[in-house]
Design a protein around this ligand. Sequence first.
Ligand code: SAH
Length: 341
Amino acid sequence: MSQQVLLSKSLPELTTWVENQGQPAYRAKQLHQWLYAKSIHSLDSVTVFPKQWREKMAEYPVGRSTIHHQTVATDKTRKYLLRLNDGLIIETVGIPSSKRLTVCVSSQVGCPMACNFCATGQGGFTRNLQAYEIVDQVLTVQEDFGERVSHVVFMGMGEPLINLDEVIASLESLNQNVGIGQRSLTLSTVGLPNKIAQLAAYHLQVTLAVSLHASNQTLREQLIPGAQNYHLDTLLKDCRDYVKTTGRRISFEYVLLAGVNDSIWEAQELAQKLKGFQCHVNLIPYNPVQEAPYKRPSPGTIKAFSEVLDKMGVAVSVRYSRGLDTDAACGQLRASRLPVT
Ligand code: SAH
């Protein structure tokens, strides 16, 4: 059951809470503003509240984490290790660019999907995050940069569709409370049976990114052990249905691993499967991970793979990850520093 904290609550929910505390309803509006726009960590700092009440409520759980450790990459990407209320550590990344501030959030502590090229997947699974713990990550980055977050991608630790209820609640809160447009929220998944249809039923305008990484089931289940009970053909059918239901285009992620999934015939096989599909393929040249034996393909191979897709009518781009030198790039996230107690 969700812990009762203030963060992620909507204005009507805050109004009920404020009234239950014997305070006038208008205080909920103030609280909403201080929670989401001023990123408070304690009710004690809400100076518009009467001093006596503030002091009495100083220990009431707001739901904020603390920054356990932070690194800044040469490209200005900031990686945070955040300590949750139960002492567990998760990773969050703030990625600035000229017009955007993107946050890459975690949806679980660890991940059970066990993808063998991903540092998080190799580290095992501990627990799901609650909605407020996802919203907190965005506020932490917003506060640290002193700038509004414009985009959020669920590409940190974890598989969001395993934790669908809390992830949906966090998407709604990020949209309605933090004020980030639904189209600027991206959920990335390896896909799980029936879950894509469940997500579609919410009719959200968020962007769905599906991690494919292989053009056939045999190779896909070698790379993603968690994909064994979900055939690639079923996944792609569910993706087509998702596009029909939501009217939104899907992004497919494809990590390019040298000599493993980067051949011309695999590009052709992929293009064949995606023919006539309203989608976009993001090729992600592999980022080195200590535990994995893979290598990044040469620029020539990456270009050749991308050209096959392009020529066969599939929209494609190559995405070079940010934050490589601090292990903050895709697949490198891992709570490497244990908390000091
Ligand atoms: N579990 C979700 C969310 C994590 S997203 C998912 O898999 O989609 C992380 C993205 O980075 C995914 O597309 C993932 O496959 C990719 N990734 C993982 N390890 C990587 C690595 N070492 N190099 C490049 N991309 C990687």
